[in-house]
Write a protein that binds this ligand. Structure first.
Ligand code: F6P
Length: 324
């Protein structure tokens, strides 16, 4: 293999740049020509493919976002789109791909590999941490630290005004961010898509905690089945129906996706990036390079996409115990 291209796709995550840097420099170190594809699969279709020398990834290890830009490609979901993408890769002589992203990215990579056989290895890049085959995903650690900083600040003002705050964190299908932030941020409760929490349970919890505390924080994952934090707050407020209680909501939103990656994310990104290139060199394909128990592990895209990574039940229990 002489030419490898790298792309970032789906929602960006802090540490993607560190991963791109590791991919490009590992490839060059091993004597390969490295290419960057702009805007994920859309850029592949549009032929936005450029050679990357070592200096192209200078001074990015510490930066959030992705220098290759990212997109969620509708065209790549179609057979026609993927055919054009393949032709573009052929035109540039690309023999291997590294796709940095989450399950949507890996689903696209798997279909493309099955159709055209271009060896592809993924790196887990998403703040959600919801990818099977790696203990952590690139960007998760940074996202929870960003969210925790915000939650700490909200707690100050919540305490000053004796208020009940519902704080929404990201995680369309996953409660990882909510659980870590709930525990680290001292929340009374977390609401996540993986486990059902009824409004009745929320109301009871708040009534209980008002006996010992003057303010409360509930962390809600974006994908919770009871709705958004704003909707849940309105419903709970109506049930409690007490004008002396002051309810507020904060949606942290995309602030969680930006910022300089933490040391942990830079390390994870660099290791996965190197493992992806070396995996391609050693004949691996159609899989993701992740880290489990501090070791590089290659997991098939099939497993990454179809198997779920359950939340740690002990952590959920701990939140309950520590919020009495
Ligand atoms: O997948 C990462 C993620 O940040 C989710 O937590 C969130 O639901 C989604 O991306 C938001 O995507 P977008 O930036 O396209 O609105």
């Amino acid at each position: 293999m002489k030419k490898i291209a790298v792309l970032t796709s789906g929602g960006d995550a802090p540490g993607m740049n560190a991963c791109i840097r590791a991919v490009v420099r590992t490839g060059i170190f091993h004597g390969m020509e490295m290419y960057g594809i702009m805007y994920g699969y859309d850029g592949m279709i549009n032929g936005e493919i450029q050679k990357m020398e070592s200096h192209a990834v200078s001074n990015i290890v510490q930066r959030g976002g992705t220098i290759l830009k990212s997109a969620r490609s509708e065209k790549f979901r179609t057979k026609e789109g993927r055919k054009i993408a393949y032709e573009q890769l052929q035109k540039h002589g690309i023999e291997g791909l590294v796709a940095i992203g989450g399950d949507g990215t890996f689903t696209g990579a798997k279909v493309f590999y099955e159709e055209y056989g271009i060896p592809t290895i993924g790196c887990p890049g998403t703040i959600d941490n919801d990818i099977y085959g790696t203990d952590f995903t690139i960007g998760f650690d940074t996202a929870i630290n960003t969210a925790l900083e915000a939650i700490d600040k909200i707690r100050d003002t919540a305490a000053a005004h004796d208020r009940i705050f519902f704080i929404e964190v990201m995680g369309r299908d996953s409660g990882y961010i909510a659980v870590e932030c709930g525990l680290g941020g001292g929340a009374e409760m977390v609401m996540v898509p993986e486990t059902k929490t009824t409004l009745h349970e929320v109301v009871e919890k708040l009534k209980g905690s008002r006996k010992t505390k003057t303010s409360s924080v509930i962390v809600v994952a974006e994908g919770d089945e009871e709705g958004s934090a704003a909707e849940i707050m309105e419903k709970v407020k109506n049930i409690i129906n007490d004008d002396t209680k002051d309810f507020k909501v904060t949606t942290l939103g995309h602030i969680q996706r930006g910022g300089n990656p933490t040391g942990k994310d830079r390390m994870l990104a660099s290791r996965c990036g190197m493992a992806a290139v070396e995996g391609l060199m050693n004949g691996q394909a159609n899989c993701m390079a992740g880290i489990i128990h501090d070791e590089v592990v290659y997991t098939s895209f099939e497993d990454c996409i179809t198997k779920s990574k359950p939340l740690n039940k002990d952590t959920l229990k701990l939140i309950e115990i520590l919020s009495i």
